[in-house]
Design a protein around this ligand. Structure first.
Ligand code: C2E
Ligand code: CA
Ligand code: CA
Length: 783
C-alpha cells in the first residue's frame, strides 16, 4: 500500500484554488459586512453621545440664561427699592429716572434698561423701541412674565422684569442683555469642539434645513460638506407672547468621529489579516480535500499503466469511502487479472503451468543461477499414450494425464512441473548443487510410473515414460536451447527403446541438425526423383528357383552419394515423408514386376508408420490397378511393431488387403519379444526369420533350435518361412535341415538393379528350358 502524493501541478489545482477563492470571497464579504456594521455602530454611538452632549448643553444654556436673569433681576430690584428712584418715579422726574436707568445698565452689565410705569409712557434706554415692541412689553408685564427671550429690532435679548412697588405695584423695570454672536461664542466655549449655538425664531438653518426639521425629539442628522452634522433645537422661555425663540445647536460630528477612526482602521487591518489567515486556512482545507482525490486520480492513472497499488484511507468521510471503494476495485481488477493470467499460463486439463509459463520460469531460473548452481530441465512423455487414447477413449486418456500430473506434483516437490501439450511434460529443477546426482532425479520421475494407474472406468494401466534431460550451463544457457536439447535427449530415449532416460549430448544436436537437413533434402529427392529401387531375389529351396524379388529403396543424394534406407526411412517415418515415398516405391515395384514371369512375385516393405494411414489400402489398390499387376503377385512385408498400437485397426486393414489376394509377410521375425504369440493373431502368408538368427547359427546352437521351432510352428499354422541374411553355404545347409522353405541373402545375390534383375530372369528361363537351376549354379549367377 502506498500513499501517493498529490501531484504538484495536477488537474485538481484549479479545484483547490476554486474552493480557496470561494472561501476567501465568503470571508471577505463577512468581514466587509462586519466592518460596515461596526463602523455604522460607531457612528451611531458617536451620534448618541453627541445627542447627550447637545441635550446637556441645551440645559446648560437655559441655566446660564436663568443665572444671568437672576443677576439682572437683583440689580433691578435694588434700584426698584431705592428711595431716590421711587421718589423720582412718584413725581415723574424723567431725567433722574433716565440717569438711574443708565447707572443700572452699567451696574448690571445689561445694555438695555426699560421702565414700564403702570401709568405713563415707557422709558427705555440703550435702545429705541418701536410701538409694537411697546405692546409686547405691556403684554409681557400684564402676564407677569418675569424673564425670557425678548426680540428687539430683530435681535434676541435675555430679559428680566422686576416690579416697582411704592408700596403697591406701580410699574416694572426690564433689564436685557443681547444674545448676539459674541455671547453665543462665549457660551460655546463650554460646549465640546465642533458644537455651535444660535438662537432662531424661524427660517432655514443651513443647506435648506428648516428650523422645524431640527425641532424633533432627536437631533436631525445632515451631511454638511461631507461631514455628518447634527442639528437640534429647544424652545427658550419667551418674554413676549409673539415670538417663539429656540436655541439651535449644531454639532459637526467630524472631529468626534475622527477619534474613532483608529478603531475603524484597526478593524480594517484586523479584517485584512483575518482574510489572509482564513484564505490560507481555506487553501489548506481545500488542499486537504483535493489531495486524496488527486491521489486517487494518480492511482487510477497508475492502474492503467499496470500498477496494482492501493491508496491509503486517511479518513472515514466521503473521500475515505471513495478510497475504500477504489481499493476494492483495485482488488477485483487484480483478482480478475490473476484469473486471466492463470488461464493464460496454465493447462486447463491438469492445472499445471503451461509451456509459456514454463519457458518464463526457466528464463528466470537461468537468470538467477549462480556460477556453481545448475538448472535441470527434464522432458518426458508417456510411452504409447496414443494407444491408451485410441483403445480406451479420450476420457480415460485425460484421466491418465491428470493422474500423472497429480503423482508428479506429489513426488517432485520443489520442482516446477508443466504440461507442454499432448502427453508431454517438462520439469524444471533449479539451484541444483554441483555434486547432486542427476540420475536420481530421473529415477524419481520413473518411480512415478512404477505403480500402475487405476482410473475410473478402466483396468489398471501399466505406463512407462521416456525422459530427456538437459542441464544448464553445459547443455545451453537459454530456455530455448535447454528445452530443445532436453527434447533431443527425449527423442534419443524413445529411439533407444523407450522406458528410459537419456542425458543430452552434443552429438545429439549434430544429429538433429543432420536430420533436419536430410528432411529438407528428402522433399527435394521426391521432386527430383533421386530414388531408385534395387531388387534382391527370394530363392525357394524346395522349388530350387527364384520365386520373387524384394524391392529395396536407394537414394542417390546429389552430394552425399548413396544413402542407406536404414538412415533415411526412420526420418521419413517421423516427418510423414514416408507416405509419398512409399507410394512411389509401390508403383515402381509393381510396374517393374509386370515384366516378370507370372510366378515371380514382388515384395515391398511397408513401414509401420504407413500402417496407421487409413489411405494405405486405396493407395495399394490404385497401384495394382494402374500397373495391371495381379494382387497375388504382390507381397507386403510388415514388421512386428504393427502389434504395438492400434492393433485391431491395423489387422483389419491387413485382412482386407489379404482378402484382395495380396500376400502379407512378417518381416524381421524374432526381434521383438513374445513374437510367437503374434503368429496366432494374424494369418501371415510368410514369416521372414531375422538375419540375427541366421548370423548366430554357426556359433550358437540354440539359434538352430529356435529356427527349428519357428519353422515347425509356421508349418503348423500354414505359413511359409524365409531366412534373410544368408551369407554362406553352412548357414544355408543349417536352415535347410531345420525345415526353412526359402532363403534370401548375399550367398545367393546382393540387391541388384533392374537390368540385372532382367538378366537373372532371362537366365532363369534359359535354365528352365535345359534343367532346374541348382545351388551350385547360384554361385555362378552371383559371380
Ligand atoms: P529389411 O526389410 O530387413 O531388408 C533387408 C536388408 O538386409 C536390406 O538392407 C538388404 O540389403 C540386407 N541384406 C540382404 N542380404 C543380406 C546379407 O546376406 N547380409 C547382410 N548383412 N544384409 C543383407 P537395406 O537395403 O539396406 O535395407 C534396410 C532396411 O530398410 C530394410 O530392411 C527395410 O526395413 C528398409 N527398407 C528398404 N527399402 C524400403 C522401402 O522401400 N520401404 C520401406 N518402408 N522400407 C525399406
Ligand atoms: Ca524386408
Ligand atoms: Ca528384414
Amino acid at each position: 500500500m502506498t500513499v501517493i502524493d498529490a501531484p504538484e501541478t495536477g488537474r485538481f489545482q484549479s479545484l483547490s484554488s476554486r474552493i480557496t477563492l470561494w472561501y476567501a470571497a465568503v470571508i471577505a464579504v463577512t468581514f466587509g459586512a462586519f466592518i460596515l456594521v461596526a463602523t455604522g455602530g460607531v457612528e451611531r454611538y458617536a451620534e448618541s453621545v453627541a445627542t447627550g452632549e447637545m441635550a446637556a448643553n441645551g440645559a446648560t444654556f437655559d441655566k446660564i440664561l436663568e443665572l444671568e436673569a437672576q443677576q439682572m433681576r437683583s440689580s433691578a430690584e435694588v434700584l426698584a427699592a431705592d428711595f431716590g428712584f421711587r421718589e423720582a418715579f412718584a413725581i415723574g422726574d424723567q431725567p433722574t429716572i433716565a440717569s438711574a436707568l443708565d447707572s443700572l445698565r452699567e451696574r448690571a452689565g445689561a445694555p438695555l434698561a426699560i421702565m414700564i410705569p403702570l401709568q405713563g409712557d415707557i422709558i427705555s434706554t440703550g435702545v429705541s423701541l418701536v410701538p409694537s415692541e411697546h405692546d409686547a412689553l405691556w403684554d409681557a408685564v400684564d402676564r407677569r412674565v418675569d424673564r425670557g427671550v425678548f426680540q428687539v429690532g430683530g435681535r434676541f435679548y435675555n430679559a428680566v422684569a422686576a416690579p416697582i412697588r411704592i408700596p403697591d405695584l406701580a410699574g416694572w423695570l426690564v433689564l436685557a442683555r443681547p444674545l448676539d454672536a459674541a455671547a453665543m461664542r462665549e457660551m460655546a466655549k463650554l460646549a465640546p469642539e465642533g458644537m455651535s449655538a444660535s438662537i432662531r425664531a424661524s427660517g432655514t438653518l443651513s443647506n435648506g434645513i428648516s428650523l422645524a426639521q431640527a425641532s424633533g425629539k432627536a437631533p436631525l442628522v445632515a451631511d454638511i460638506r461631507g461631514q455628518p452634522t447634527l442639528f437640534w433645537s429647544r424652545s427658550l422661555k419667551s418674554f413676549d407672547a409673539q415670538s417663539r425663540p429656540r436655541l439651535v445647536l449644531r454639532y459637526a460630528l467630524g472631529p468626534a468621529l475622527d477619534q474613532y477612526a483608529p478603531i475603524k482602521y484597526l478593524l480594517i487591518a484586523l479584517s485584512g489579516l483575518g482574510l489572509l489567515v482564513s484564505t490560507a486556512i481555506g487553501a489548506f482545507v481545500a488542499r486537504g480535500i483535493t489531495r486524496p482525490i488527486a491521489a486517487l486520480d494518480q492511482a487510477a492513472r497508475a492502474i492503467s499503466q499496470g500498477s496494482r497499488d492501493k491508496v491509503a484511507i486517511q479518513s472515514s468521510d466521503e473521500v475515505g469511502r471513495l478510497a475504500a471503494s477504489f481499493n476494492i476495485m483495485v482488488d477485483s481488477i487484480a483478482e480478475r487479472e490473476e484469473r486471466i493470467i492463470h488461464i493464460a499460463l496454465h493447462d486447463e486439463l491438469t492445472g499445471l503451468p503451461n509451456r509459456k509459463l514454463f519457458a518464463e520460469q526457466l528464463e528466470f531460473a537461468l537468470a538467477r543461477r549462480t556460477d556453481r548452481e545448475r538448472v535441470v530441465v527434464m522432458y518426458f512423455d508417456l510411452d504409447n499414450f496414443k494407444a491408451v487414447n485410441d483403445t480406451l477413449g479420450h476420457p480415460v486418456g485425460d484421466a491418465l494425464l491428470k493422474a500423472v500430473a497429480d503423482r508428479l506434483a506429489r513426488t517432485m516437490t520443489g520442482a516446477l512441473i508443466s504440461r507442454q501439450g499432448g502427453d508431454e511434460f517438462a520439469i524444471l529443477i533449479d539451484q541444483v548443487e554441483p555434486g547432486a546426482n542427476l540420475a536420481l532425479l530421473a529415477d524419481k520421475v520413473t518411480a512415478v510410473f512404477g505403480e500402475p494407474f487405476r482410473l475410473a472406468g478402466s483396468q489398471a494401466l501399466e505406463i512407462s515414460s521416456s525422459i530427456g534431460i538437459a542441464v544448464a550451463p553445459g547443455d545451453g544457457d537459454c530456455p530455448d536451447d535447454l528445452i530443445k536439447n532436453a527434447d533431443l535427449a527425449l527423442y534419443r530415449a524413445k529411439n533407444e527403446g523407450r522406458n528410459r532416460s537419456c542425458f543430452f549430448e552434443q552429438a545429439m544436436d549434430l544429429e538433429a541438425r543432420k536430420r533436419h537437413q536430410m528432411e529438407i533434402d528428402m522433399r527435394e529427392a521426391v521432386r527430383q526423383q533421386q530414388f531408385h529401387l534395387n531388387y534382391q531375389p527370394l530363392f525357394s529351396l524346395e522349388k530350387n528357383r527364384i520365386i520373387g524379388f524384394e524391392a529395396l529403396i536407394r537414394w542417390r543424394h546429389p552430394t552425399r552419394g548413396l544413402i542407406s534406407p536404414a538412415e533415411f526411412i526412420p526420418l521419413a517415418e517421423d516427418t510423414g515423408m514416408i507416405v509419398p515415398i512409399s507410394e512411389w516405391v509401390v508403383n515402381e515395384a509393381c510396374r517393374q514386376a509386370t515384366h516378370w514371369p507370372d510366378d515371380v512375385r514382388i515384395a515391398v516393405n511397408l513401414s509401420p508408420a504407413l500402417l496407421k494411414n487409413a489411405g494405405l489400402p486405396l493407395m495399394i489398390m490404385q497401384a495394382l490397378h494402374a500397373t495391371g499387376l495381379p494382387p497375388r503377385r504382390l507381397e507386403l512385408e510388415v514388421t512386428e511393431s504393427l502389434f504395438i498400437d492400434n492393433v485391431e485397426r491395423t489387422l483389419a486393414m491387413l485382412n482386407s488387403l489379404r482378402e484382395c489376394g495380396i500376400r502379407i509377410a512378417l518381416d524381421d521375425f524374432g526381434t521383438g519379444y513374445s513374437s510367437l504369440n503374434y503368429l496366432r493373431s494374424f494369418p501371415f502368408d510368410k514369416i521372414k526369420i531375422d538375419k540375427s538368427f541366421v548370423n548366430d547359427l554357426a556359433a550358437d546352437h540354440s539359434a538352430r533350435a529356435i529356427i527349428g521351432a519357428i519353422t515347425a510352428l509356421a508349418g503348423a499354422l500354414g505359413m511359409e518361412t524365409i531366412a534373410e541374411g544368408v551369407e554362406d553355404s553352412e548357414q544355408l545347409e543349417a536352415l535347410r535341415s531345420q525345415g526353412c522353405n526359402n532363403i534370401q541373402g548375399y550367398f545367393f545375390s546382393r540387391p541388384v538393379d533392374i537390368a540385372q534383375v532382367h538378366d537373372m530372369i532371362t537366365n532363369m528361363r534359359y535354365e528352365r528350358g535345359e534343367r532346374q537351376p541348382t545351388i551350385t549354379q547360384m554361385t555362378k549367377i552371383r559371380a
